[in-house]
Design a protein around this ligand. Structure first.
Ligand code: CA
Length: 72
């Protein structure tokens, strides 16, 4: 039981650390809730133009959930 608690604690610490590294969440950045993050929404969420362009792999000018998750 103790090992399980330690494992769960470590897992939640890792999860919160990676969430912090990724910056704003999609839900927070997607202010019109259409499931994608536009350039304007990204900018408002504090994502730089360079980060946006690097993440917009298909170059369509908005970030899908997968593209948003790839922001470093
Ligand atoms: Ca895109």
């Amino acid at each position: 039981m103790t090992k399980l608690v330690i494992a769960l604690t470590a897992a939640s610490l890792l999860a919160s650390a990676s969430a912090f590294a990724a910056g704003p969440t999609l839900a927070a950045a997607d202010t019109d809730k259409n499931g994608a993050v536009s350039a304007a929404e990204a900018k408002a969420a504090g994502i730089t133009d360079a980060q946006f362009k690097a993440a917009d792999k298909d170059g369509n000018g908005s970030l899908s959930a997968e593209e948003f998750a790839s922001i470093k």
